[in-house]
Design a protein around this ligand. Sequence first.
Ligand SMILES: Cc1cc2nc3c(=O)[nH]c(=O)nc-3n(C[C@H](O)[C@H](O)[C@H](O)COP(=O)(O)OP(=O)(O)OC[C@H]3O[C@@H](n4cnc5c(N)ncnc54)[C@H](O)[C@@H]3O)c2cc1C
Length: 554
Amino acid sequence: MGGSAAVITIAHRPGCAPVTSRPPGQVPRALRYWARRGICQAGEMNPSTALPHVVIVGGGIAGLAAAFFLRDEPVRVTVLEGSPRLGGKLSVSEVAGVPVDEGAEALLVTRPEGTGLIAEVGLASDRMAPGTTSSAIWTLGALRPLPRRQFMGVPSDLAELARSGVVSGAGAARASQDLDLPPTTRDGDVPVAAFVGARFGAEVVDRLVDPLLGGVYAGRSSDLSFDATMPALAAASRRYQSLAEAAGSLLPPPSPVAVPVTAGEQDRAPAGTRSGGSVFTSLSGGLGQLPAVLAKASGAEVRTAAMTRALSPMPGAAGAPATGPRWRLTVGSAAVEEVIDADAVILAVPARPAARLLVGVPGASAAITAFGEISYASMAIVTLAYPRSAFPGAFPGSGLAALGWSGYLVPAVDGRAVKAVTFSSVKWPHLAEATAPGAEPLEIVRCSVGRIGEEALLQRADEELAALAAAELAAATGVNGAPVAHRVTRWGGALPQYTVGHLDRVARIRAAVATLPGLAVCGAAYEGVGIPACVATARAAANQVTEFLRGGRQ
Ligand SMILES: Cc1cc2nc3c(=O)[nH]c(=O)nc-3n(C[C@H](O)[C@H](O)[C@H](O)COP(=O)(O)OP(=O)(O)OC[C@H]3O[C@@H](n4cnc5c(N)ncnc54)[C@H](O)[C@@H]3O)c2cc1C
């Protein structure tokens, strides 16, 4: 017997006539489960039709991870991705013949969810460690070292802060007052800038904390929530009078290894390293290779160009028997509309589409309101390729590595368009090695453009954005001449803003969704924008629908 339409014997239930049989060890776990539950149709069970149907809306990392986590469950899974491409914010393509990530490029190893997923799909041997992780801040006219003893920009070593030159002498003196100031009280959630500014003064906020938060959220510290973007520090700040001491309590003991900075993870990225390595990892073919591998490994039916336009509870579902499909999804254009029924649905989409899909679902209004309060920042990644000799090095051909950094951040107060730069071929040495044999090695640089509120900047044409990024790079690094290749990737509405009150918003969403049987949500809108955090929400959503289906679907 081959193919997916396997038929198994349901021996213990009257009316389920044996059709065929095979040794118990060869019966898939999903079918054994339903056989144990005595469920069959017309005497036999065809798994493609009899298994409960879970539909996942959204084929980004969260949706695909949720599908993967359901792979051994007794369910049939369909992933509906609206765009023509899987992966959401994960995508890789070539620049000057070198595969370079267009979106997320690294993930934290200090949380197990991301690396665990990579291992489970068989990509552990493709993991790459950064070549160097020390970063700079481009401010006050020079590239200056990002202090190593800091937590999301909050300094723990005020002498190191003063030595770095990232803040002025007066700014360093103001920051050191943190050690003597009485405790700063706060009632409820506050903006990061308000609390950190009260302890250290405006310069630390503007030249350290704001750029680091900008690198993760493309957001501003004056809006972002202290509790949501730095939960561990917010909690520690209630135990220590000095915020520098609170930050120090979260850092590993001082180490000679330098600090990474650019990945999209917030609070749990301490300014230190794991024993023996960096806190970040990537994949040799780019993180953008993960979605396709994940989709295949999930065993799910994964569809692209399948935009879900509407979601509704099945007619009569409220009082209906617990065995029928709960949800109906409308997919595709109005002209070519498709209806798909599901026993459970996972929404793995950003806040706005999630809210749109819930319109008309009884009991969802509190979630719709809270989703509507989550704004998103747009940004672009401008990737530039240069011959190595274009960079003035310590000696001919030493290239970007001679600068000693993996990239730099740019404070918004300095008025530049580019907010963060990654020296990709330095940070990920395998990219430098990918240059065609015999050709001069290339330096690949990724420039991140656009903070919340800077949409006008992003309206410029690709050529203009690339020229702007190249000009600012030249001012910072002294690179000579134009890039030999460039790529502009636009990420509209890309990063959720965890503004003041975010935790409350998420609690309201989760409470409302919990009242809707067979519905779960996951993704970057909730408990962290970094990939491991998204994967954690995917695992939870998969567990929720599994429990729902196992528990009699009440
Ligand atoms: C430029 C950039 C760089 C980043 N760098 C890093 C990094 O280095 N490390 C890190 O950890 N994180 C990084 N992040 C953050 C991280 O990549 C994202 O938070 C994460 O990938 C979001 O995954 P998701 O599945 O929640 O959402 P998404 O990736 O947004 O996926 C949601 C999917 O749902 C689809 N969709 C929406 N509406 C519908 C609908 N109605 N029907 C069907 N499909 C729909 C969308 O097309 C999309 O594919 C970065 C983000 C950006 C933008």
